[in-house]
Design a protein around this ligand. Structure first.
Ligand SMILES: *Cc1c(COP(=O)(O)O)cnc(C)c1O
Length: 216
C-alpha cells in the first residue's frame, strides 16, 4: 500500500470527534505533502531542528505539534509558530515556556504529559507534579500559557490489559481536572494502540508509522 491508501485506512477508523495528528518525524517533506494533499493539517514532530526546517519548507496552514522531549534552550526556536506543545513533561519546561512566551507576547497552547507507563524510559510528570503545576496555573503563575489537557504514552508491551490500565488511569486523572480547567484534549494512542486509547476516551491520537511506513 502507498502512503495515501494507508492514511485513508487510518482515517476510516477514527470518528469525527477524535483528532488525528500525523506523526511525521524522520519522514520526508514529499511524504508529508502527500498526506497534506488529502486534507491532513495536524502533524507531529519530536526534533526541534527538523520541525523548524519542515515548518519553513511546507505549507503555512499546517498545525505543528511538538510531541517529544523538548530541551529548554530550544523552546524559543519553535514558540513563534508551534500550534501545540504536547510534551510538557517537567516543571522546568513550563517555567521556560512561560518566560519565553512573555518575551514575544504570545499565548502558547500546551498539554501536560503525565507518566503512566511503568517503563523508566517514558518521561512525564508524576501526579504530584501535575497537581502542583495546575495549582500554580489556577493562581495565574503561567499567564502566557493555555493548558488544553493531558498527554500520555502507554508501555510498549503486548499485554493489552496493561495498556488498558494505563489509558484508563490517565482518563481518570483527566476527568478529575477537566471541568475546573476547561480541558478539551486528551492525547493518547499511537500506531500500535490508538484503538485501545479511543475506547478509553482519547480525543487525540498520534499516528506515525501506520501512515508513513517503517521509520528510517
Ligand atoms: C513517535 C511518536 C508517536 C508515533 O509513533 P508511531 O508508533 O509511529 O505511531 C506518537 N507519540 C509520540 C510521543 C512519539 O514520539
Amino acid at each position: 500500500m502507498d502512503i495515501q491508501s494507508r492514511y485513508l485506512a487510518v482515517v476510516e477508523q477514527i470518528p469525527e470527534s477524535v483528532q488525528l495528528v500525523a506523526v511525521s518525524k524522520t519522514y520526508e517533506n514529499q511524504s508529508i505533502k502527500e498526506v497534506y494533499d488529502l486534507g491532513q493539517r495536524d502533524f507531529g514532530e519530536n526534533r526541534v531542528q527538523e520541525l523548524v526546517q519542515k515548518y519553513e519548507s511546507l505549507p503555512k496552514d499546517i498545525r505543528w505539534h511538538q510531541i517529544g522531549h523538548l530541551q529548554t534552550n530550544k523552546v524559543k526556536m519553535i514558540l513563534p509558530f508551534v500550534y501545540l506543545i504536547q510534551s510538557v513533561d517537567r516543571p522546568k519546561l513550563i517555567q521556560k515556556i512561560q518566560s519565553e512566551a512573555t518575551l514575544i507576547e504570545q499565548k502558547v497552547k500546551v498539554l501536560l504529559q503525565v507518566k503512566i507507563a511503568k517503563e523508566e524510559t517514558k518521561s512525564g510528570l508524576s501526579e504530584l507534579e501535575l497537581d502542583k503545576i495546575l495549582k500554580e496555573y489556577a493562581e495565574s503563575v503561567y499567564p502566557n500559557i493555555e493548558i488544553k489537557g493531558l498527554m500520555g504514552m502507554a508501555s510498549l508491551t503486548e499485554e493489552v490489559g496493561e495498556i488498558e490500565d494505563e489509558f484508563s488511569k490517565l482518563k481518570e486523572i483527566y476527568k478529575s481536572y477537566q471541568e475546573q480547567f476547561k480541558f478539551d484534549t486528551l492525547s493518547m494512542g499511537m500506531s500500535g494502540d490508538f484503538q485501545t486509547a479511543m475506547r478509553h476516551g482519547s480525543t487525540m491520537v498520534r499516528v506515525g508509522s501506520l501512515i508513513f511506513g517503517k521509520r528510517l
